[in-house]
Unconditional design. Structure first.
Length: 260
């Protein structure tokens, strides 16, 4: 079996490495100028800290956010357009949606008649497109400076019910948990303003700045057990925060060439 695996895996590995080395954008990047000129595809990963406002502040406390995205950057005018996604998660939930399941002492009783350890957490996400413009503040490096980005997409959030790993609570099993989770989503606007760096040697590329999200959301559950009614109200969910990220630009189409 191991001999067969070697015969299969080694050619696949060679094929994969050859594809990476000669993938057109990377090949173009290798032949281009060492300066950060030319058009580029820019991949990014980011981390953010956000504070809720509007209707969202009555449900959740501050949250953190992991993001990723990809953008296309123009050659001369430094326009950027692309897609971005964020995963939101937080530890503080202001609404006790399980209050109807608690005893007078505040416990939720499991199937073995002992208190179960049930925790409430925030989970959510944002996915959208954005358009940005980089305004250079450095004559020696036109790819570093103030960046402003605007966009739109979809914002979603819900209350995650963290179950006890040992005890089962029948009222929270399977689809019953959806009767408490306050699933909410809707269209959203996005803004980001900060400082972007694309180094001339292409080795240090990052950004940091302030972001805001305005979600025009709506409850999406036909019934919530604790409310004893549908959850379909309109909301205005706001997020304010700071976001920093690392970028990986792949340049192509540079007008300058290196001769060896």
């Amino acid at each position: 079996m191991s001999r067969i695996w070697k015969k299969i895996s080694l050619p696949l590995l060679e094929y994969f490495l050859t594809g990476i080395l000669f993938w057109p954008p990377l090949a173009a990047s290798a032949q281009a100028s060492p300066l950060n000129t030319g058009k580029a595809w820019v991949g990014e990963v980011s981390y953010g800290f956000q504070i809720p406002s509007g209707d969202l502040s009555a449900r959740f406390g501050p949250n953190v956010s992991l993001g990723a995205g990809i953008q296309w950057m123009s050659q001369k005018s430094n326009w950027l357009i692309g897609v971005q996604g964020q995963f939101l998660f937080g530890q503080r939930v202001e609404e006790d949606v399980l209050s109807t399941l608690r005893t007078a002492e505040g416990f939720i009783i499991g199937n073995d008649r002992d208190p179960a350890d049930i925790q409430l957490r925030e989970r959510g996400g944002y996915l959208g497109i954005q358009v940005g413009k980089l305004f250079s503040l450095d004559q020696d490096n036109p790819r570093s400076g103030l960046r402003i980005s605007l966009g739109g997409g979809i914002l979603q959030h819900r209350i995650q019910i963290q179950k006890d790993p040992v005890r089962t609570v029948a009222q929270l099993e399977g689809d019953y948990a959806k009767g408490y989770d306050r699933l909410t989503n809707g269209p959203a606007l996005y803004q980001w303003t900060g400082y972007q760096v694309f180094s001339k040697n292409r080795q240090v590329n990052f950004y940091i700045g302030l972001e805001t999200i305005q979600g025009f959301t709506r409850g999406r559950r036909d019934w919530q057990f604790d409310l004893q009614q549908p959850y379909t109200s309109d909301r205005l969910d706001l997020l304010w925060g700071i976001r920093a990220g690392l970028t990986l630009p792949v340049y192509y189409g540079s007008t300058e060439k290196i001769w060896y």
